[in-house]
Design a protein around this ligand. Sequence first.
Ligand code: PGA
Length: 253
Amino acid sequence: MRTQLVAGNWKMYKTNQEAVELVSGLASLVEGLGGVEVAVCPPFTSLADVSRSLHELGSGMALGAQNVYPRSEGAFTGEISPPMLKALGVTYVIVGHSERREILGEKDDFVAAKVRAVLDEGMTPILCVGETLEEREAGGALGKVEGQLDADLANVRPEEASALVIAYEPIWAIGTGKTATPADAQEMNSFIRGRLAAMFGEATADKVRVLYGGSVKPENAAELMAMPDIDGALVGGASLKAEDFAAIVRAAS
Ligand code: PGA
């Protein structure tokens, strides 16, 4: 049985003080909800204080980062290394988010290096994959995602693959209010699991959590997460309001 994971991607929102307030509000709302793992991914600037708050509150929520640079240290101005994240109590790292691919121009080989670096530090990558609207309309959605999985997971060994988290995030559904239908999301998530089975074996693929992301809200969370191959959600906009995020966690629990 896979435990559902609901992860909040706060993107470039919340000052440090606001982040600490959000996480304290959230902690009380999700306390005691069983059968689901919850993670928050604040901006780098508030990882340390959010980590401290989680500890002080005795919260079981996990801490995630939104990005990483795939080297342990060095002359990489403005970048943050895996050991720096690990030292703050980070256990999840979002890798290959479409905003980084599209806005910052990150390519698959760079994403693959990040996946490797996160695993090497003993943390879990949340690898984001997904197609644009044009690709979907041209019938290329599965092919696009297959290519991303093959390239981005090229450096992963079969024995470490079961710990991976994959998030299917159709680009046209991110921040647009348009959600994939549960059936469309299920189709892609099942395809992703099939691809993982081909790469790493069926038993391993069965253990990998495959999330859905893209305009997940309290109103649509339950029907999405009821699908057999949707093992949770990566939530952007709705993770910035404690009540909304808690409602999504409740839907998963
Ligand atoms: P959204 O973002 O929930 O605001 O659509 C999801 C994401 O980008 O991870």
